[in-house]
Design a protein around this ligand. Sequence first.
Ligand code: NAD
Length: 289
Amino acid sequence: MKIGFIGLGNMGAPMAANLAAAGHQVTGFDTAAGAPAGVTMAAGAEDAARDAELVITMLPSGAILRAVAGQVIPAMRPGAILCDCSTVDVDSARAVTDQARAAGLGALDAPVSGGIGGAQAGTLTFMVGGSVGDVARVQPLFDVMGQKTVHCGDSGAGQAAKICNNMILGVTMIATCEAFALADSLGLDRQKMFDVVSTSSGASWSMTTYCPAPGVGPVSPADHGYKPGFAAELMLKDLDLSQQAAGSTGADTPMGALARQLYSDFVQHEDGRGRDFSAMLPRFEARRS
Ligand code: NAD
């Protein structure tokens, strides 16, 4: 398939490289990043999109997605599909889909879970909003870049699932970190804490897969000085999106609101910037009274 890929950063580059390695003809564009393996670079976003049957975007924010969509939609050929894999607000996802459909294109919001490791290994989970027909056409490409695809509903449903998932993740990471800090102050060995909680009712992905305590559990950013991984700034972005969505829909999300506040303090007023989101554990350690 001829694929245009716009946004070749930490996530986009390995996703595009995997598509090229699977035999697809990938033309990329990025305002800063270089060419991933097997990808031909275009001079602009329109050039990457013009001949493509599928255009994938992997961009930092909803505002940038809207700007890029405004450039590429008029250049795309009729019947092609625009598939955004970035994490953005639901309103931007729906606005871009509406614009694409009005231009005779297919459109999907298909944010991912699995991080940079999952992007490299081709094991991402895609959560997808859009029509059954558009999902079916892109499914073979999702299968190259990932190992699971959930069709969540029509336009915006993928982003809705993503921000709900990451709100849970932010809350469970904070709960896991403050529980380790409490265990420390009770004199409980961290390995014993892991052994119990990882197989008990307090278990979550934050404990079992991404344990925030160095030297305990599977290898995680905690074992590399909290180098991201998944940066605290990105978690703050996702918690901002969930609070924005809660505000606009009237949903009551007090734990999500508190998690957003803690990550906001961590990134803006403490030492969280540039650190993995699991560095909440040293934050709690440092704040012991
Ligand atoms: P990144 O900053 O590494 O990559 C974004 C890329 O977009 C950069 O290379 C940038 O130069 C490019 N870009 C910016 N404006 C552009 C424009 N107008 N035209 C073309 N290219 C442009 O970010 P990332 O980590 O790859 O994340 C991308 C998206 O995926 C974000 O929405 C993020 O929330 C989401 N995400 C990231 C992770 C992760 O672990 N990093 C996991 C899941 C989802």
